[in-house]
Write a protein that binds this ligand. Structure first.
Ligand code: ADP
Ligand code: MG
Ligand code: MG
Length: 210
């Protein structure tokens, strides 16, 4: 466990905070088409609450800090996205108790995907954040375990996979969440939660590349 792991987390939080505030209106607009027009606001409120804990997080080991990010999101974000993002982060944080390396990053990603699908019950193709998370995690896993790529390059591939996953949500009807009430009217719109997941992954990549 090194202090620089927590520093990297704080750097990531700063980037994600800025990005989610930049994209707040866009994410809310996406949610206005197929939901209740609050996704951008929900996430902006959540990441602001996380940023306010910056000084406390700086004193924590990586796994504890990541767990605190999750609990903060659960209590501040509400709606569907709060427990899904926050609960999955909380649960996956255990994988980081030995610090951050390729193996623990992969274990975290897999645990996040597993918890998210278990909690929300959505499968790929249901037009949810799972459509970004699943291809990203599988691509990350293959890149590390089969292609033996360095974690940063594996993450870059995972981000590309998430981007394709977001595009894939456009023609789908939704089977989970509020958008599922719309039937065919959800077709033609990208899913807000898959889109915010892509933004978070892009900022994690920017952190890893810095
Ligand atoms: P709410 O729908 O409660 O207003 P948000 O607008 O913050 O919550 O989040 C909506 C996003 O949550 C959707 O775009 C979708 O990606 C995701 N979502 C909703 N239900 C589920 C679910 N059961 N499993 C996975 N993701 C879901
Ligand atoms: Mg909403
Ligand atoms: Mg809502």
């Amino acid at each position: 466990m090194s202090e620089s792991d927590t520093e990297a987390l704080l750097d990531a939080i700063e980037r994600i905070d800025e990005r989610l505030h930049d994209e707040q209106d866009y994410l809310t607009e996406l949610d206005s088409r197929i939901g209740d027009a609050d996704h951008g606001n929900n996430l902006a409120r959540g990441i602001s609450a996380v940023s306010e804990k910056r000084d406390d997080l700086a004193e924590m080991a990586l796994d504890e800090a990541v767990k605190t990010v999750g609990t903060t999101l659960v209590s501040e974000v509400g709606g569907a996205a709060g427990p899904l993002y926050g609960g999955s982060i909380m649960s996956a944080s255990q994988e980081l108790d030995g610090g951050l390396d390729a193996e623990s990053a992969l274990a975290f990603a897999e645990a996040y995907r597993e918890k998210l699908t278990e909690r929300g019950g959505a499968r790929p193709g249901d037009k949810t954040m799972v459509d970004a998370v699943t291809p990203a995690v599988h691509t990350f896993q293959r890149a590390i375990e089969e292609d033996d790529l360095p974690p940063v390059d594996a993450l870059a591939k995972a981000v590309d996979a998430a981007r394709r996953g977001v595009a894939y949500t456009v023609p789908l009807r939704a089977s989970k969440g509020r958008a599922s009430y719309l039937g065919l009217r959800a077709v033609g719109h990208r899913d807000p939660g898959a889109t915010s997941t892509l933004f978070v992954l892009e900022e994690l990549l920017a952190t890893a590349e810095a």
